[in-house]
Design a protein around this ligand. Structure first.
Ligand code: F6R
Length: 600
């Protein structure tokens, strides 16, 4: 969501923080700011609504300590006044904060009554004034930050700079923060991705720990006392540098990378599917332990989860249902449930809160994430990395594909030892899995020629419908979501059979209707209904506008991929991107959105 970076070193701290913020900016790009101190005590402070690049740093940057922030607005408008870092009344202290301070209104009232001048609309500002008060009596910045944090309710990752001493302290509670040491200085950041160009190892700042960064390095405080430094972790593959490609936007390159991502997942996981090897490697209880599977996630990850859930129910007759993580407060949890929590970031607050509300017994949680060092991964009973590599475009593309394929491998492995799955069906599903990378590659190639024509044809269309049946519905949903978030046009998905129960009223002359073809002949009826009303149908079935010749021509639905026509998502991603570019939008940073949604 928002990004935080801080650094202490001999010189160049503001420049290092700026570079780190640039790597985090895709997580939130409403405004940005840096506060820094030089060895001679000079202070530099800049905030902007113009993006991190517009924050100037001196060419021979003398700063030795700096904190910075890139913001996705929650409380308070997108203005310079509301940008972080935020300053105390004296101008000595600065803080940057991620998260939500739930008792900010009460604290603000108290602080104002005590004579503090608060100059922004943001909840975070109370922190710097609490710190200002705490520092009057505290023995150190760390102790003051600890005391200030004790007054807060909600979630926070905070870095604080004392410009009098050049010391930085940081603490976290329900919001991620890491610390790392590099050759050029020490760092704290909200995501290891901020510093993966400089470090190979990092340490997680656990809830309520405080760390201090000064010229001596990083010191650890646990519960307000000096504490041992936690073990270092290796930077995961999924956080290393993004792959360059033929497009100037990350999203285009990430779409292009999908055949390679699919191939690497299939190559590494498919050989471990049989005889439950992959399932056992994850230390999951035998599949017979479970009476149901619950999929937990948000947005694109939830769509991927639905595709995975379909494998358990379709092939294993194991009931599966998907829960929107932000809407499961009243869910009834039964024992013998396998929860698969999907989150590419592993830091989505809605997913983490849903996780916290799960009963302590009878439930096993498997995290499926692109960030095996994330909070979700650290808390789950088992974790699988979906191996997508870094995804910078805010709209999820290759992580969606990777989540589906990884989840499918896990599901097939679990079911492989179950008498519920006939060997003939298991073998057909394995074949379909091995075929997936080639199908995705062909979809990219074929639709590369078709998408530009569709973009011109539909450039003025105000709304779009996406239809599917069975396993195709999730890809229709994902196509509609991609189109909305990138083009800012209305897009709706429906199971095709529902069309006649209402949504058909939306179809008029030229209405674009994308139909995800999973081979169900009943789709022809829906298509005829649309065309009879003048709608313009685009049949999406992987390699081209006609039904895919690559799918098994069989009437036995169990021999078709139980996860549906995954390759159909490729043209839908390509079309959403192409139309957004045609409309002049930034496809990597759609308006109002952020990559990692760490607020509820
Ligand atoms: C859409 C998109 C979002 C995320 C959702 C959950 O392109 O990326 O819908 O899927 O915010 O995020 P994660 O997967 O990080 O939990």
């Amino acid at each position: 969501m928002c990004g935080i970076a801080a650094s202490v070193g001999r010189h160049g701290a503001a420049s290092r923080v700026k570079a780190a913020l640039e790597r985090l900016e895709y997580r939130g790009y409403d405004s940005a700011g840096i506060a820094a101190r030089s060895a001679d005590g000079g202070v530099a402070y800049a905030r902007t609504v113009g993006g991190v690049a517009s924050l100037g740093t001196a060419p021979d940057d003398p700063t030795t300590a700096a904190i910075g922030h890139t913001r996705w607005a929650t409380h308070g408008g997108v203005t310079e006044r509301n940008a972080h870092p935020l300053r105390d009344c004296t101008g000595r202290l600065f803080i940057a904060h991620n998260g939500i301070i739930e008792n900010a209104d009460i604290l603000r009232t108290e602080l104002v009554a005590a004579g503090h001048r608060l100059t922004s609309d943001v909840d975070s500002e109370v922190i710097v004034h609490l710190l200002e008060d705490a520092l009057i009596t505290a023995v150190s910045l760390a102790a003051a930050l600890f005391a200030a944090a004790e007054r807060l309710r909600g979630s926070w990752a905070v870095v604080a700079l004392d410009t009098l001493t050049g010391e930085i302290a940081a603490t976290a509670h329900g919001s991620p923060l890491i610390a790392a040491e590099a050759a050029d200085g020490v760092y704290v950041a909200s995501d290891v991705g901020a510093v993966t160009d400089r470090v190979t190892e990092f340490r997680v700042i656990d809830d309520d720990d405080v760390v201090v960064l000064d010229s001596a390095g990083i010191r650890w405080w646990g519960a307000g006392q000096s504490a041992p430094t936690p073990a270092a972790r290796t930077v995961p593959r999924s956080h290393r540098s993004p792959v360059a490609g033929r497009h100037s936007d990350h999203m285009g390159n990430e779409i292009d990378e999908q055949p390679a991502v699919a191939r690497s997942i299939v190559n590494s996981l498919a050989p471990r599917i049989a005889e439950g090897a992959l399932w056992n490697d994850l230390a999951l209880p035998p599949i017979e332990t479970f009476e149901r599977v619950v999929i937990l996630g948000c947005g694109t990850s939830l769509h991927a989860g639905r595709a995975v859930g379909g494998v358990f129910s379709k092939l294993g007759r194991l009931p599966s249902r998907a829960l929107v993580a932000s809407e499961c407060a009243d869910a009834v949890w039964e024992p013998r449930t396998l929860v698969i929590a999907l989150s590419q970031s592993g830091e989505t607050a809605d997913v983490l809160r849903a996780f916290e509300a799960l009963p302590r017994t009878g439930i096993t949680v498997l995290a499926l994430t692109n960030n095996p060092m994330s909070t979700l991964a650290r808390r789950a009973d088992a974790v699988i990395d979906c191996l997508a590599g870094p995804e910078i475009g805010v709209a999820a593309t290759k992580t969606f594909l990777a989540q589906v394929l990884t989840g499918v491998c896990v599901a097939l492995s679990g079911l492989s030892t179950s008498p519920r799955l006939a060997p003939r069906v298991f073998a057909a599903q394995q074949r379909a899995l091995h075929h997936a990378p080639a199908a995705i590659e062909r979809a990219l190639r074929v639709w590369g020629d078709i998408v530009p024509g569709l973009t011109n044809r539909f450039a003025e269309a105000p709304g779009f419908l996406f239809l599917g049946r069975g396993g195709g519905v999730v890809y229709a949903a994902e196509g509609a979501l991609k189109l909305k978030e990138l083009t800012y046009r209305w897009a709706e998905h429906q199971p095709a059979g529902e069309l006649k129960h209402g949504p058909l009223a939306l179809v008029g002359q030229g209405t674009p209707v994308f139909v995800v073809d999973d081979g169900d002949p009943r789709l022809d009826v829906s298509i005829a209904e649309v065309e009879a009303r003048g709608g313009h149908v685009v049949r999406v079935s992987g390699p081209g506008p006609q039904t895919s010749p690559s799918r098994p021509s069989t009437s036995d639905a169990l021999l078709l991929p139980a996860w549906g026509p995954l390759d159909a998502v490729v043209p839908l991603q390509m079309f959403a991107r192409a139309l957004a570019l045609h409309l002049g939008h930034n496809v990597d940073r759609p308006r109002n959105l952020a990559k990692s949604v760490t607020v509820q």
